[in-house]
Design a protein around this ligand. Sequence first.
Ligand code: GTP
Ligand code: MG
Length: 153
Amino acid sequence: AERTLILFKPDAVQRRLCGRLLTRIEERGLKIVGLKMLQVTPELSREHYAEHVEKPFYPQLEEFITSAPVIALCVEGPEAIQVMRGMMGKTNGRESAPGTIRGDYGVSRQMNLIHGSDGPEAAAREIGIYFSDSELFDYDPTLAPWTCADDEL
Ligand code: GTP
Ligand code: MG
């Protein structure tokens, strides 16, 4: 199974939506293998958003992502990266379909509640930024046989 790095961004923490977001992930049948709250520093922001550091909107993005604590999760499941990107919706909440997290809870391009790795390389890199090996857990969820077939895992 695949792993992806998810952040509940400062707006999700401030708006007290983290429980709802976590419930959506759990209800989908994905497995939480790591979870913590932390304050993103400017240094951490530049590392995480390395691909955006030179973009005009980066200063605003850094101010936002460092403005309150975030909750970081490592989520595992079959095609977890794409499944999570689908649940998140488009970057801009105004363009996201109802039923997606960003489409249901937001109208902003910047304050879009949740981050998810956009590919396998990014996932490996970002999981390494936010979690040490000892903070990630391997376990067999009892419900696993009822969430997908063996050959999908
Ligand atoms: P992430 O999962 O957070 O990486 O979102 P994404 O992959 O949908 O978007 P992208 O990587 O292109 O941008 C990273 C984050 O920067 C977005 O989620 C927004 O919070 C913010 N962002 C993107 N574009 C803009 C912009 O034009 N202006 C501002 N202020 N913020 C932006
Ligand atoms: Mg991105």
